[in-house]
Design a protein around this ligand. Structure first.
Ligand code: AOS
Ligand code: ZN
Ligand code: ZN
Length: 426
């Protein structure tokens, strides 16, 4: 299904007067403070976040999975879902595929479909954390770190194939997340596992096309509960350096032990030109993969403040690849993703309001109170009218959730796909 532009315009009409009122008020306030509202709007419209192909169905836990009606059951339908998100929000102009869950059958048809929705293919994700049907070797005891050479070779070969698949779609990066680690003390030799991982990554790196990037994701625990080979940003950074210029660290917000200062990690990586990719989500305890901004919106703002500073001051760091990595056990996955996209844009807009010059001055004067005032003044500003304006000007919805509901998108998807469709790949 596709959203009809004239029906979207009708939905917007209901919100138009209120929006205009709020926007004019905010825009005046910001202009008086010296903000360049036009340039903020342009930055918001340019900010595109990839949707992972595995986030479009209802996720689940090891205790069960409660499906959601009208889920996409093939790659074409997943791309259509991202198309719906992009039409409404104008900020989801990319999809990130997971191989082998989403191997295209007809490449040119898939590219054409994505193109018709104005969607590009962002990073491709390999999978050496599950055994595939008819695979010769098992990843039970690890993949790139395995003590058995033929297991490592199979995992390296898989990553090479993922690059080839991505290349045919126009992707320019490969994300590697490894489940490798150990469940019990003594089970694995840390040094051997790390050395094997480094050597395997270097072999994959050799097959990377020149204009590609390799993103190395880290995570402290889960699925292994004693040790993980790439447990933190330092390990990822070290491995990226060992591979070369095209290798980078990827930060997933949920992959930190409680209270870790993620904004400081972001700053360090950008200073060193090594922040390649970003996975957005939120969490209370661990890798919860909750809706972005649902638990710790102030932390998200502080992280964006570091990102904005880095994007403006660190030309040595490439523009990062943004992706949502969340899972939806209870909500309609599309509504959940709309909420995540909104939270990302909101934190970004607030960070853009921070007066960096004033902040630097206050830091140099050691005016700690002023520093906090500057950050919190930006954080306390209700920037939603800016988001609405940016979306409206790009042809999206003033209020995407309202439009999604009033246009009865889910009802239409259920009519089209049935009540018991199950998202493929899960
Ligand atoms: C796993 O915890 C990581 O966040 C991965 O980025 C991702 O969720 C996984 O690769 C899904 O395939
Ligand atoms: Zn992730
Ligand atoms: Zn994760």
């Amino acid at each position: 299904m596709r959203i009809d532009k004239s029906r979207l315009d009708d939905a917007n009409k209901k919100d138009e007067a209120r929006h205009k009122d709020h926007f004019d008020f905010l825009s005046n306030q910001l202009t008086m403070k010296g903000c360049d509202v036009e340039s903020i709007l342009k930055k918001l419209s340019d900010f595109q976040v990839a949707i992972p192909s595995w986030a479009l169905g209802a996720g689940g836990t090891r205790f069960g999975r409660f499906g959601f009606q009208g889920e996409p059951s093939n790659l074409e339908q997943k791309i259509d879902d991202v198309g719906i998100l992009h039409t409404l929000t104008k900020t989801a102009g990319a999809i990130s595929l997971h191989i082998p869950w989403d191997v295209p059958k007809d490449y040119s048809a898939i590219k054409e479909l994505a193109n018709s929705h104005d969607i590009i293919f962002d990073a491709v994700n390999s999978n050496t954390f599950q055994d595939q049907k008819n695979a010769k070797e098992s990843y039970r005891f690890g993949s790139l770190s395995n003590t058995n050479r033929s297991v490592r070779e199979q995992a390296i070969q898989h990553n090479t194939e993922v690059i080839q698949i991505g290349d045919k779609l126009g992707s320019k990066s490969l994300t590697i997340w490894l489940a490798d680690g150990s469940n019990f003390p003594g089970q694995s030799n840390f040094q051997t596992a790390l050395q094997h991982t480094e050597d395997s990554l270097k072999d994959i790196y050799k097959t990377l096309p020149n204009d590609w990037k390799l993103f190395i994701e880290y995570k402290p625990y889960e699925p292994n509960f004693y040790s993980t080979v790439i447990q933190d940003w330092g390990t990822s950074f070290m491995l990226a350096n060992a591979c070369g210029d095209k290798a980078y660290t990827l930060v997933d917000l949920g992959h930190h032990l409680p209270n870790t200062n993620i904004e400081q990690i972001v700053s360090t990586l950008m200073l060193k030109g090594k922040l390649g990719g970003f996975h957005f989500n939120d969490s209370k305890y661990g890798d919860d993969d909750s809706t972005v901004g649902s638990v710790k919106p102030y932390s998200l703002f502080l992280i964006f403040n570091a990102l904005v500073y880095g994007m403006e001051n660190n030309p040595q760091n490439p523009y990062p690849a943004w992706m949502i990595d969340a899972s939806h056990n209870i909500k309609d996955p599309l509504e959940d993703l709309i909420q995540s996209l909104e939270a990302i844009q909101e934190a970004y807009a607030k960070a853009l309001l921070v007066d960096q010059k004033l902040l630097t001055g206050a830091q140099q004067n050691h005016d700690v109170v002023k520093c906090q005032e500057i950050l919190q003044d930006a954080y306390r500003t209700d920037v939603r009218p800016l988001l609405e304006k940016a979306r409206l000007e790009s042809g999206g919805a003033i209020n995407p959730i309202n439009a999604y509901r009033s246009l009865q998108v889910r009802e239409n998807l259920i009519d089209e796909r049935g009540t018991d469709s199950v998202a493929s790949g899960l």
